[in-house]
Design a protein. Structure first.
Length: 423
């Protein structure tokens, strides 16, 4: 391999192993190649700017902010209350509340960390009070939180749509059935564990309680209807939907509910900006990395090698899933998508994989990676809320991760799960 190839592969891997943040690792590799090969230094800032000049990427900070505003305005608590009155009396009722509430919240925020934080902050203490271990409550909140990359509107699908130049609306639809299948799997695990451990059931909600919860949660429940209805009704684009979600959360929180104060806005904006800055920094520096990868023709060479040595599509998909899962367990998921995206797309095209189906496979992998030990991002969000160490949470989350891998296999080899709604 050339010097550039060694720096972009072994050099980058070495920096990551040493614990250098991903954005800095990528930037250092790009700068090293530029100086060693005599490339015009202006290439790097130019590719950084070009890589972030996509209208679709504007959805990321706005969906992040929408999630923060909903949490600050108390709408996430209202969603939990609505879920509670409907499922708390079933086996594992408290766990089921987490899954149902996460599904609804995910349909507004589009962010796995935001969903994990919003639902976990309410439900982890509540489950601990009712006898559940904090490790199990944390594992459940993390598992439910990663439904957000699959349930539209999804920030992960926005990023992949930009990389793959595919319809973001179609990619959103491709994640619905995989997301619901994953949610059903979580419900099955919760119920089986509750029956096995003979957990006491909660008292069923009365009709008056259900009516009161629906009345209180009406505005929160309307949020996903407005956001998703607007997107698929052709009223606004996914990026515009993110802005609408923010305005809706502000209006309801300040005017209707009166729970969101002006003094809380700077903190909410600051949190959303911090998370968005991390995402956008990785996207920006990865553009220069991707340019050098393309210049070295690494994607073409790898695709050619796979084409010459692997002749069955199912084997190629299995190899990609295994490699992606292992990388996602130790590396930032967004960095993987941006850096390896062109290479993965080239391989998928060579084997004739439908681009929307392939997007669903990639984002399902990304979702699992956010929960997978040892460095899943949502894993650390949940641990920060509960104060539980990595090993107990990792042990509690393994049944959920194994179920997610089964869903990934179904999505990979049964394209209908991804394409039924698209078609």
């Amino acid at each position: 391999m050339s010097t550039t190839s060694w720096i972009l592969t072994a050099g980058f891997a070495g920096l990551v192993v040493l614990g250098v943040p991903f954005a800095f690792s990528i930037a250092m590799c790009v700068i090293a190649v530029i100086f060693l090969t005599g490339i015009d230094p202006m290439l790097f800032p130019q590719t950084m700017v070009a890589g972030t000049q996509s209208f679709s990427l504007l959805a990321i900070p706005f969906f992040m902010l929408a999630g923060e505003l909903m949490s600050a305005g108390g709408l996430s608590k209202r969603l939990v209350r609505v879920a509670d009155v409907f499922v708390r009396h079933l086996p594992g009722g408290m766990g089921l509340v987490v899954v149902v509430a996460a599904l609804v919240f995910a349909a507004v925020s589009g962010s796995a960390p935001a969903t994990t934080a919003a639902i976990g902050a309410v439900m982890i203490p509540a489950m601990a009070e009712r006898g559940y271990s904090k490790a199990y409550a944390t594992a459940l909140a993390v598992s439910a939180g990663i439904l957000a990359p699959l349930i539209p509107p999804s920030i992960a699908f926005v990023i992949w749509g930009v990389i793959a130049e595919q319809s973001i609306a179609k990619l959103f639809l491709s994640g619905v059935l995989p997301g619901m299948l994953m949610a059903v799997g979580m419900v099955a695990i919760i119920v089986i564990q509750a029956l096995r451990e003979k957990r006491p059931r909660e008292k069923a909600a009365t009709f008056a309680e259900i009516v009161a919860a629906l009345k209180e949660g009406m505005w929160a429940l309307l949020a996903p209807v407005i956001v998703l209805g607007g997107i698929y009704g052709g009223v606004f684009t996914p990026t515009e939907a993110a802005v609408v979600a923010c305005l809706y959360a502000l209006f309801v929180g300040i005017v209707i509910e009166g729970r969101l104060r002006i003094s809380q806005l700077p903190e909410a904006v600051s949190r959303a900006m911090a998370i968005s800055a991390i995402v956008m920094a990785i996207v920006a520096v990865s553009s220069g990395f991707g340019f050098l990868v393309a210049q070295e023709q690494l994607a073409t060479k790898l695709a050619s090698w796979l084409g010459a040595n692997i002749h069955e599509k199912w084997i190629m998909l299995a190899a990609l899933n295994l490699g992606f899962f292992l990388l996602a367990a130790v590396m930032d998921e967004i960095a993987i998508m941006v850096i390896l995206g062109p290479m993965l797309i080239s391989i998928a095209n060579q084997f004739g994989v439908d681009p929307i189906h392939f997007g669903a496979i990639i984002v399902t992998n990304v979702a699992i990676g956010m929960a997978a030990p040892p460095i899943g991002y949502c894993l650390f969000v949940g641990m920060a809320i509960s104060g539980v160490k990595l090993w107990p949470v990792s042990r509690a989350i393994m049944p959920f991760v194994l179920m997610m891998l089964v869903v990934l296999a179904l999505v990979t080899y049964v394209p209908t799960f991804a394409l039924a709604l698209v078609r």
